[in-house]
Design a binder for this molecule. Structure first.
Ligand code: ATP
Ligand code: MG
Length: 440
């Protein structure tokens, strides 16, 4: 992408309305624009990051055996009357009437709809286990939307729903998602800690929140410091290995970690003092096992191997991709701007033409741009008329992980400069060596 033809509305001033750094940086980097309280447009740069986050989530959901689909944002109130949640949900639910005066709503979550779908088609235990997910916009009329996309009213959610014949099967399904989440967040460069959590209005009795420690987090959390040194499971993992997954779950829950609602002072005090962490955190994912809470009222049953009817056991598993974008910035930024982990950066490489209009510089940049693009890198080529200083500032603000600085001085020696955003280190290299260096 040539910056001269892109849409990147950078703000040089710090927006006053933004209280936390991720919100400030997302506005300044031209990633989002507020359209109404808690409702945001994702501008091209933000949209790129959001897509990368969704793709990582998708790959790990698929790896764990979950199947993608897409349910609508607008739901019928009747569905929610079946579970009894239409009235319970209160003011958080955005209620809508269509032209026939039918009660509709903008979905805050999809337990009811997915249970209705499975009830309609799944009649035998042979179709189980089943895990269906989608990545879709949700609306919750939050009392206090704030911090930009961290707590918005319209937000993106990956929500998966598992269906099993019995509790033991549901347990395995829960473990699959638990382990998939460990991998998902690690691939985004995040240390997300699974913490024992309250189930809230979703109901049920087994639940974990995945929390990223950050001083601006809204949750108060308590955990063992060793979590920060634990390595995520490998991609080669066999998700059908029940005992293996249970072992991983046991390992990741053997240390103390709980949100404030589930905090146990005595268990926390048993942690060696130096490893005790009482901190603030951002909830980026939440998983639940809730048994037959929805399948029972919906009558979602299957014929078991014993020839009898069994009410299906369910779980649900959420991740907030839009919140994650903010959380990643909270976890990784500096004075100059965002420091994206490579896997989610909007572009892999930036090429900064330090003297646009100079024929040798333009030619060298054009050639590098073609080579790197051809190799499959996402490249942002700053070919604008801005001064060099402004180009450096923009590249750092939007957090391009690798920046290639191309100017007449180094070109005279046949070199370009490669800068690593994360540590500011720089190297002079020939264009050919630069390509090799990036590949490595
Ligand atoms: P919170 O406690 O932060 O209000 P929640 O517990 O209500 O969230 P869940 O129902 O567990 O949220 O939703 C699953 C995921 O969706 C959350 O872990 C979070 O990442 C994301 N999410 C929930 N509410 C919002 C919101 N208002 N804005 C952005 N993301 C959200
Ligand atoms: Mg939650």
């Amino acid at each position: 992408m040539r910056l001269s033809r892109y849409f990147l509305p950078i703000l040089r001033e710090v927006p006053k309305e933004a209280e936390i750094v991720s919100h400030r940086l997302m506005l300044r980097a031209g990633m989002i624009r507020q359209e109404a309280a808690g409702i945001y447009a994702w501008l091209p740069l933000g949209h790129r990051v959001l897509n990368k986050v969704c793709n990582i989530i998708r790959e790990e959901q698929n790896r764990a055996g979950a199947i993608e689909m897409l349910m609508p944002t607008i739901q019928s109130a009747d569905l929610w009357r079946e579970s009894g949640r239409y009235d319970d949900y209160g003011k958080e639910m955005l209620r809508i009437k269509d032209r026939h005066e039918r009660d509709m709503l903008f979905g805050p979550t999809n337990e009811e709809m997915i249970t209705e779908i499975v009830r309609a088609y799944v009649k035998s235990y042979k179709a189980l286990p089943l895990n269906l997910y989608h990545i879709q916009w949700k609306f919750r009329d939050e009392v206090r939307p704030r911090f930009g996309v961290y707590r918005s009213r319209e937000f993106l959610m990956k929500d998966a729903y598992s269906f099993d014949l019995d509790q033991a099967g549901a347990r395995h399904s829960y473990n699959k998602m638990f382990v998939a989440y460990l991998r998902t967040f690690a691939r985004m460069g995040l240390k997300a800690i699974p913490m024992v959590a309250d189930t809230g209005p979703i109901g049920g009795n087994l639940s974990h929140e995945f929390i990223i420690l950050a001083s601006t987090g809204e949750s108060e959390v308590f955990c063992h410091g060793d979590y920060l040194d634990m390595a995520p499971p490998p991609a080669s993992l066999d998700f059908d290995d029940k005992a293996g997954l249970q072992g991983l779950f046991d390992q990741w829950t053997s240390l103390y970690a709980a949100t404030s609602e589930k905090h146990d002072e005595a268990a926390f005090a048993a942690i060696p003092e130096a490893r005790r962490m009482a901190a603030r955190g951002i909830e980026v994912g939440h998983i639940f096992y809730f048994g037959t809470k929805y399948s029972e009222p919906f009558g979602a049953k299957v014929l078991g191997p014993d020839g009898k009817e069994h009410v299906i056991h369910m779980g649900s598993y959420g991740i907030g991709p839009s919140r994650l974008v903010a959380a990643m910035i909270e976890a990784s930024h500096d004075e100059a701007g965002i420091v994206w982990p490579d896997a989610v950066a909007p572009f892999d490489v930036g090429i900064l033409n330090l003297k646009t209009g100079d024929s040798a510089t333009d030619a060298a940049c054009g050639e590098l741009y073609a080579t790197l693009t051809g190799l499959g890198y996402d490249v942002l080529y700053d070919d604008t008329e801005e001064r060099a200083g402004a180009k450096f500032a923009t590249a750092d603000l939007i957090g391009l992980p690798w920046q290639v600085l191309v100017g007449p001085k180094s070109l005279a020696e046949g070199k370009v400069e490669l800068k690593r955003r994360a540590d500011g280190s720089r190297e002079l290299l020939s264009p050919a060596d630069l390509v090799e260096r990036l590949k490595a």
